[in-house]
Ligand binder design. Structure first.
Ligand SMILES: NC(=O)c1ccc[n+]([C@@H]2O[C@H](COP(=O)([O-])OP(=O)(O)OC[C@H]3O[C@@H](n4cnc5c(N)ncnc54)[C@H](OP(=O)(O)O)[C@@H]3O)[C@@H](O)[C@H]2O)c1
Length: 305
């Protein structure tokens, strides 16, 4: 994680544009020139879940600025209305669909309305999620932690995707952007329920790409590092940790829709996933003390104020 932030200024350096390395290492992190962005996004209808706050709300705003029509889904209607107003202020267009995606009947009714009211939906961004930070030893009698995270982070995302696939096939094109986390690319402790649900979503994304990629359906997985939002704000010791802000993170979703890559990731996350698949035992043994020390340091910083 520290290495990611160390590399951040290098990743953003304009000179990188001219290096061959950009194309395969840094490409995902550097915003494309504005005119291309408008051409690839303008006119698209984009459904984004979890758009009442945080990264989802910011991504909706940025995509609307680039000329897309946004379909906003989350539970909190007032917050969705505010995002809709913000989008109108920048001259964009958005429709809101308040819905608890963990309620199958509500999700069904919401998708029926979306499909009835919009003859074309180009992109589904599965961004709505919940995170739980708890050691496995404190979750021995809390199977519901695993059920609740799976319900929103995996089942709801898969349910929405399955319901939109017929429309994408009918249109001859469509894109599913699934939001995951850099923490599945490196062996992070204390988030077993959250990370298991995100890993399940990543695996589903791969199957979808393999089975339907040649029928016009693009699939992108976005691996965010830590981002300052309501979600990360729930963990007190993260108060003093350096993080991306929601606007920067939203840029990664814009990048996903603009370029339609298989993955949007930090170079450190990409390297982490290679090392973890090649040498899982040694990587876990070597990084365990680092993550323990990091948590201890953050806890003592918090105590000092
Ligand atoms: N923040 C980070 O450090 C971080 C790091 C890596 C990945 N991510 C991922 O980035 C994405 C956005 O997270 P965020 O940080 O922006 O968090 P956030 O501000 O807490 O946003 C989560 C969104 O999900 C919606 N949501 C939650 N449960 C829902 C439900 N049952 N039905 C419908 N919508 C629901 C929430 O809206 P309502 O409450 O209005 O329903 C909210 O809009 C998530 O997929 C998260 O896993 C975040």
């Amino acid at each position: 994680m520290a290495l990611f932030y160390f590399l951040l200024p290098v990743q953003r350096c304009p000179a990188i544009e001219f290096l061959p390395i950009r194309s395969f290492v840094m490409a995902d992190l550097i915003p494309p020139p504005l005119p291309d962005l408008f051409m690839s996004i303008a006119g698209k209808t984009i459904l984004i879940t979890g758009s009442s706050s945080g990264i989802g709300a910011q991504a909706a705003l940025q995509l609307a600025r680039a000329g897309a029509t946004l379909l906003l889904v989350a539970r909190r209607e007032d917050e969705l209305r505010q995002v809709q107003r913000d989008i109108a202020t920048v001259g964009g267009r958005a429709f809101i669909y308040p819905c608890d995606l963990t309620n199958a009947a509500e999700l069904d009714a919401c998708v029926t309305r979306l499909l009835d009211e919009h003859p074309r939906i180009d992109v589904l961004v599965n961004n709505a999620a919940r995170s739980i930070r708890r050691p496995i030893l404190e979750a021995l009698d809390r199977l519901h932690d695993y059920e609740r995270t799976m319900q929103i982070n995996f089942v709801a995302a898969v349910n929405l995707t399955l319901k939109l696939i017929p429309r994408f096939l009918e249109q001859g094109s469509g894109q599913v952007v699934n939001i995951s986390t850099m923490s599945t690319q490196v062996p992070i402790p204390l988030f077993s329920a959250y990370l298991a649900s995100k890993s399940a979503l990543e695996s589903f994304s791969r199957s979808l790409a393999v089975e339907l990629g040649d029928r016009g359906i693009a699939v992108t997985t976005v691996y965010f590092p830590m981002v300052r939002t309501e979600m990360s704000g729930k963990t007190a010791i993260y108060k003093n940790m350096r993080m991306m802000n929601a606007e920067q993170a939203a840029g990664w979703i814009v990048e996903a829709v603009d370029k339609r890559p298989a993955r949007v990731s930090s170079p450190v996350g990409a390297l982490g996933s290679v090392l973890l698949s090649a040498l899982p035992g040694p990587v876990i043994e070597l990084t365990r003390p680092f993550f323990r020390r990091m948590d201890q340091k953050l806890a003592s910083k918090l105590k000092k104020g």
